[in-house]
Design a protein around this ligand. Structure first.
Ligand SMILES: Nc1ncnc2c1ncn2[C@@H]1O[C@H](COP(=O)(O)OP(=O)(O)O)[C@@H](O)[C@H]1O
Ligand SMILES: [Mg+2]
Length: 309
């Protein structure tokens, strides 16, 4: 595959600043069955920028995204888009929504152009607008050269980029992408992250992932979610600030490591010839040899998800 940077994004002129653009999630719960809750009393307000929805597998990320994309309804609670209830009037939101589901599948026999034409027709774009928009988007997602090849021959990263292109057909004000980097190789991951941060601007972008480094570069806000509940919403800098003076490194023997892992949140280990350099997140100095080091988002994630905060 040719390594190229993505072309600059050309979209419709930005909306007037006065136009509201806010998603308000109020006390939303989703109960699948007796034992299974996807979400529990989830409350969050989302404005322009890139929101990184970060949490382990089973946390409720896809459940939340499906509700926001009006694919499923909450059991209780309300979600409003610019003040209007999305369960009662979903079409208002659907008109300005782009959604890339976690289990996005492509038709292997269609080319990228054919697939995008098909999706554009479903979304109700007229043929002329669709043609122009597809040409633009193929550049945005860097698939001009591969545009006439069947999707079955595409790599994982290329398929995800087609997925993003279909989500962008209507130039959405709200773009929801669910775990888009799963299955991508490291190079494709980096390219995909760059693409997402280029796409933000006046839009709301909601990106879910269980991988901290996916949101490190792009996210302007982070929502940490676990067991169907919101643990924290903050700017990345705030999370890092919170972890100041709580991250420690020192050297231990291999034998000590296991006990240490049971007692503390270990956010990193590096094997050395004379032992193991451990990185621990803890409010107080855990060991006389421990040195304070500067925190990263992975530390913050483990600390908050692990219940240290
Ligand atoms: N269709 C479903 N039926 C029953 N339980 C489900 C369904 N979808 C998700 N769940 C459950 O809801 C919880 C949250 O799942 P999900 O939203 O997929 O989490 P995530 O996307 O963060 O991995 C999990 O416990 C999962 O097993
Ligand atoms: Mg999911």
């Amino acid at each position: 595959m040719v390594a190229q940077t993505t072309a600059p994004i050309r979209t419709a002129p930005p909306l007037a600043k006065s136009q509201p653009r806010v998603m308000n999630i109020q006390n939303v719960s989703k109960q699948y069955n007796k034992q299974n809750w996807g979400l529990r009393d989830f409350t969050l307000e989302i404005g322009p920028g890139v929101l990184g929805l970060l949490g382990p597998n089973g946390a409720g990320k896809s459940t939340l995204m499906r509700i926001l994309a009006t694919i499923t309804k909450a059991t209780s609670g309300t979600v409003t888009w610019n003040g209007a209830d999305i369960a009662r009037s979903p079409n208002q939101l659907r008109a300005v929504l782009g959604y890339l589901p976690q289990d996005f599948g492509v038709y292997p026999n269609l080319t990228a152009v054919e697939f995008l034409q098909y999706m554009a027709a479903i979304k109700g774009l007229d043929a002329k607008t669709a043609k122009r928009r597809i040409e633009e988007l193929l550049q945005v997602v860097n698939l001009v050269e591969a545009a006439k090849r069947p999707l079955g021959s595409y790599s994982g990263g290329m398929k995800q980029r087609v997925g993003i292109a279909q989500a962008l057909l209507n130039d959405p004000q709200l773009l929801i992408v669910d775990e888009p980097t799963v299955g991508l190789d490291p190079e494709e991951r980096v390219r995909f992250r760059n693409l997402l941060s280029d796409l933000s601007g006046e839009r709301i972008v909601i990106l879910s992932t269980h991988i901290v480094s996916d949101v490190e570069a792009a996210a302007t806000h982070i929502a940490l979610i676990n067991k169907g509940q919101l643990l924290r919403q903050a700017a990345p800098e705030e999370l890092l600030k919170e972890l100041e003076n709580k991250v420690w490194e020192w050297k231990v023997s291999s034998d000590e490591l296991l006990a240490l892992k049971q007692k503390y949140i270990v956010s990193g280990t590096i094997r050395r010839s004379d032992g193991v350099q451990v990185r621990v997140v803890h409010a107080d100095k855990p060991n006389t040899n421990a040195n304070n080091v500067s925190p990263n988002l992975e530390d913050a994630y483990l600390y908050i998800i692990g219940g240290g905060a």
